[in-house]
Ligand binder design. Structure first.
Ligand SMILES: Cc1ncc(COP(=O)(O)O)c(C=O)c1O
Length: 502
């Protein structure tokens, strides 16, 4: 609605905020309003609407940080107006980024000499980091094939079917075939033996996950390294490994320092990690580190000079905020190794409290492992009458946001709930969540079953879905699409309620 009357400020100030015409009259939703409004009214209108979002601290679906110390919040606000890309203008911010890259490279045991600097870059998150790492592998492989006079138009990448969607994005956006190792019931990560078998001369790399999004489980990178070393020797190929350590990169070094998954393994050429997950920074920061500068083809680096000096950049976007980089540096020096270790230990302990409480109900199977990301993924022992989707839905009324989802294709009959334990999910919250789950179980038992379709029918639907998709599409259809259809099916079973997983 267009407001044409002019009211002098003094008149407007007489009204209570909620009785002022700016708050009382409807705002156009999809077109910019023709007139301005006072800043306090704009603030009120928006903050009122935002009240209907979930509470981030109770959002147990997400790995992403929802609490930081007030001192760091101050630093974030103080740098909110700095464009990170203006490196010549903000040289200290650039220097802090470089220090972070080096700290991470050392944490991951990169072979960086005392007088050398590590090769890596800050990104918006692990997704951008993965695109960059994937591009470097693709270009290196193409260059090698060209030099050998061999075709270089059919690159592929081998992963588990449990990969996060960003790998599918990489494959689709940058035209690389995604070869997924299938999961099986009871085994929800990439089997290194099958992965090595799937590798061929067109494989640009095998991507292993340190901390599967679905169950938090670490994949066996050491075994993968052994198998690929053997295969490379036999075939003369050079297949490298990338480790997607989005969550696990800030877990394993603190809790299981002897676990070999990083640059200690010779075939691991690059690693990504999310600063905004267990790096303990708010959303908007990730990192990718290469083993050596030979692993990042120079032609992917752009040099710009119009901002003052020669600046090498290797990112997908240009401008971005500086706050997250500064916040990451704050966490590194504020907490140090000791601080991260104690926070992650505490997360693991709280995950254990939750797991023990769930096991005591006798109603759940725990799908997550003790060694992995501190999360608890659990399925109902008996879902013939009620499903995990109903439990997720009922927990909403207490404020808990907990995703329920089915496993990817070939293990899709298993539906789980997943609680990610972050720094700010304290022991008392874990205990309270157990009480609420017990209450929900009791109440649900008294309700009539909403499950009308037997498991055999679900299996038939899965097969039908696969047939339809495979029949319809000439290009390789992703298992994720099949997964999506099945998840939709389950959601319908649960009266159309939402399921989500990040
Ligand atoms: C294993 C894994 N890789 C990549 C990503 C994407 O990370 P980001 O949200 O930092 O882009 C996630 C997100 O949950 C993940 O779990």
């Amino acid at each position: 609605m267009v407001i044409t009357t002019t009211i002098v400020d003094s008149d407007e100030n007489l009204n209570s905020t909620f009785a002022s015409r700016y708050v009382r009259t409807p705002l156009p939703r999809f077109k910019m309003p023709a007139n301005s409004m006072p800043k306090d009214a704009a603030y009120q209108v928006i903050s009122d609407e935002l009240m209907l979002d979930g509470n981030p601290r109770l959002n147990l679906a997400s790995f992403v940080t929802t609490w930081m110390e007030p001192e760091c919040n101050d630093l974030i606000m103080a740098s909110i107006n700095k464009n990170y890309v203006d490196m010549d203008e903000y040289p200290v911010t650039t220097e802090l980024q470089n220090r972070c890259v080096n700290m991470i490279a050392h944490l991951f045991n990169a072979p960086v000499g005392d007088s050398e600097t590590a090769v890596g870059v800050g990104t918006v998150g692990s997704s951008e980091a993965i695109m960059l790492a994937g591009l470097a592998f693709k270009r290196k492989w193409q260059n090698k094939r060209k030099a050998e006079g061999k075709p270089y138009d059919k690159p592929n990448i081998v992963t588990g079917a449990n990969v996060q969607v960003c790998w599918e994005k990489f494959a689709r956006y940058f035209e690389v075939e995604l070869k997924e190792v299938k999961l099986t019931e009871g085994y929800y990560v990439m089997d290194p033996v099958k992965a090595a078998e799937m590798v061929d001369e067109n494989t640009i790399c095998v991507a292993a996950i340190l901390g599967s999004t679905l169950t938090g489980e670490f994949e066996d990178v050491k075994l993968l390294n052994e198998l690929l070393t053997k295969k490379n020797k036999e075939t003369g190929w050079d297949t490298p490994i990338h480790v997607d350590a989005a969550s696990g990169g800030f877990i394993a070094p603190f809790l299981w320092p002897d676990l070999e998954w990083d640059f200690r393994l010779p075939l691991v050429k690059s690693i990504n990690v999310s600063g905004h997950k267990y790096g303990l920074v708010y959303a908007g920061v990730g990192w990718v580190v290469w083993r050596t500068k030979e692993d990042l083809p120079d032609e992917l680096i752009f040099h710009i000079n119009y901002l003052g000096s020669d600046q090498p950049t290797f990112t997908l976007n240009f401008s971005k905020g500086s706050s997250q980089i500064i916040a990451q540096y704050y966490q590194f020096i504020r907490l140090g190794f000791e601080g991260y270790k104690s926070i992650i230990e505490n997360c693991l302990e709280n995950a254990r409290v939750l797991k023990d409480g769930l096991e005591k109900t006798g109603r759940f199977d725990i799908v997550s492992k003790d060694v992995g990301v501190p999360l608890v993924a659990f399925s109902l022992k008996d879902s013939s009458k009620h499903t995990v989707f109903e439990i997720a839905e009922s927990l909403r009324r207490f404020g808990w946001i907990i995703p329920a989802y089915t496993m990817p294709a070939d293990a899709q009959n298993i539906a789980v709930l997943r609680v990610v334990v972050r720094e700010d999910f304290s022991r008392s919250l874990a205990e309270r969540l157990v009480l609420h789950i017990e209450q929900v179980l009791k109440e649900t038992d008294l309700l009539p079953s909403r499950v009308a379709v037997p498991a055999a029918h679900i299996a038939a639907t899965v097969d039908k879905t696969r047939e339809n998709m495979e029949g319809k599409k000439a290009d390789k259809k992703s298992t994720r699409d099949i997964h999506e259809e099945i998840a939709l099916y389950w959601r319908r079973l649960a009266s159309g309620r939402r399921a989500g997983v990040c």
